[in-house]
Design a protein around this ligand. Sequence first.
Ligand SMILES: Nc1ncnc2c1ncn2[C@@H]1O[C@H](COP(=O)(O)OP(=O)(O)OP(=O)(O)O)[C@@H](O)[C@H]1O
Ligand SMILES: [Mg+2]
Length: 348
Amino acid sequence: MQDAATITDSAKALIELDSAPDLGKSSAFEGIVGESTTMQEIFRLVERVADSDSTILINGETGTGKGLIAHAIHKQSYRKDQPFVSINCGAIPENLLESELFGHLKGAFTGATANKVGKFEAANGGTIFLDEIGDMSQDLQVKILKVLEERCFEPVGGCKTVSVNVRIVAATHRDLEEEVQKGNFREDLFYRLFVIPIKLPSLRQRRSDIPHFVTHFLDCLNRTKKTRVTSISDDALNVLMQHAWPGNVRELANLMERMVVIKGQGEIDLDDLPEKMKNDAPASSFCAPEITGDGLCLNTAVSEFEKRLIYQSLEKTKWVKNRAAQLLQVKRTTLVEKIKRYELQKCA
Ligand SMILES: Nc1ncnc2c1ncn2[C@@H]1O[C@H](COP(=O)(O)OP(=O)(O)OP(=O)(O)O)[C@@H](O)[C@H]1O
Ligand SMILES: [Mg+2]
């Protein structure tokens, strides 16, 4: 397995600015990589709420691991030996979704040649994962609301009510509060779902996890693809650390697969990265964090920005504080005070 020694010094510096994880102790939670403070807090939250049976609403951009977290909730709960049934509410045509969710009786509609058990019934005793719930039609939103409230439903074409015992986990990449305001999502359903919200950070909001992902994917890919790629160079990793990752972990996983398979063995270097990524890197390194539906703390964001600039000036001047203070056009005493406040340290 690739070990922490392959994480380069400059990458470590960038990591320290984020949440200073211990690179020697990379431990995935239910196969989910995440050493950053935010992800560790999410793992602890999952552990705390798993057994509660409370409805959970997972929100995050595409590729941030919503599906993985939903599965982890199930696996951590007392329902873990019962079914985990997942349905993508955005991918099934609206006229079929009701029958998929609640099942149908033979003859309920043209083509219903036999009785069919729906996802809710199939999940009885376990967990149902309603993925992309924000893409559900208004009509179905009413029907889902009833199941959430009463844990019972009628199959399409049937008049007998079926009761189920299921834990509901839902996910969406949309800002549901905003969708409620726009009139696209029912407010009553929103509050039914919004019992325990879990907000997954984008990859650019937790850059310190990138080296851990690289190690994780190198290890997995070498095993599954029978390759012998040993490491990634300092320069290449720095580019990955600075990329904006609009496709989040999925984008990183796919890129790693492409590079590992093509390279086959040895070290991944700058030349192995896509041309576009190398050119984009400097521009995205200091991009402003995204303001999500939850908002952000301006003071924290500004402090983070200041911390990064101070660290950069110290690196540029080999930690000669007089020079670093000149670069930033501040007094040396001001700089020293900020270095102390942010607990900045020279990387070994
Ligand atoms: N923290 C993580 N650790 C390991 N692999 C991860 C992590 N997060 C995401 N992945 C991987 O990235 C890919 C996308 O994850 P997943 O499908 O759970 O994301 P998602 O948020 O549900 O995306 P979408 O909104 O597109 O459905 C998967 O291959 C998953 O294994
Ligand atoms: Mg998903």
